[in-house]
Design a protein around this ligand. Sequence first.
Ligand code: ARG
Length: 400
Amino acid sequence: MTAKAVLAYSGGLDTSVAIGWIAEQTGAEVIALAVDVGQGGEDLDTIKARALACGAASAEVVDARDEFAAEYCMPALAANALYMDRYPLVSALSRPVIVKHLARVARETGASLVAHGCTGKGNDQVRFEAGLAALAPEVKVFAPVRDSGMTRDKSIAFAEEKGLPISVTSRSPYSIDQNVWGRSCETGHLEDIWNAPQPDVYGYTDDPALGRPAEEIVISFEHGLPVALDGEARTPLQMITDLNRIAGAHGIGRIDMVEDRLVGIKSREIYEAPGAMVLITAHSELESVCVERDLARFKRQAEQRWTELVYDGLWYSPLKQALDAFMTQASANVTGDVRLTLHAGRAVVTGRRSPAALYDYSLATYDSGDTFDQQLAKGFVELWGLPSKIAADRDRKLAG
Ligand code: ARG
């Protein structure tokens, strides 16, 4: 029986060439799997037809947009996930859902190989393979670009030699990866970190300097999940998609950074995540109203750990799963509305209200109606400073 290989297929030059390349190198027949995580562009039928035309034995396309939004983007929102305080994990979130479908198709077809088009220099290879180690430890992984020298030049030569129905000239100078949570763009002129991004790197946002009039929105949350926009119910996918459009028009969510990859390289990245950045801004604001102080302080540490685990490809690790349970518990009271003004590249919170607020007007006010007993503060402050006072007395004595 011929061995089978499931390939994570995007429809682009590299993975189209990989179909024939893998067949030649391994003797396996190739099953192309394309997973729609909201990357836009060509429709799935076109991608499927191309895979078959490039020699795939079969091709499967999966619309995973709702699943991706609900089960991958929403947990990232619960963790207010921003790697290096800035990057909302766009690409890092999509790999685990692709891995889940690769593992499923491998199981269903009895494939012994799984293949991906990543290079050996990036994080995505780690995310694919660490994910597969958890979900399909029995399969072997083959990465033609990394493992068998399938360089750009060789890909183009292979495509021309075999007459593959794929354009080799219309390639963008950038390496772009996009999904519903955002868009990443690297390489080209961006590799000189002094170069300002050219306008053609952007795809999800308009120029924030365009001068669009400010716009006000209200996002409603229930137990940490965004459920309505301006009072109208939304699924997670609808919410993110709508906010990408609305906030993207104001140029919100552009990020230009030099990032620490897991493999040790620093790289220049341009991200756009208008919906994600608005949601994280609103969500963390509501948390500051509804989450008790110690829980909030601890959650910030847990958020950072969650984010680094996911960035580093450990979505399916025990610690990440346990932290998810913590995030769910910590979100129990995060219910209410946040009002924001969108303008000139910024989403600014202007109001919050919640039936579960810990903010207490009668304790906070400096006007009449104050119920806070200021006399209680005096003794508290004395005791609070007592350890420092004792230590300072000792130091003075010893310095004598
Ligand atoms: N550096 C980012 C990350 O590791 C983006 C990777 C994007 N991938 C790509 N093939 N362009 O999450």
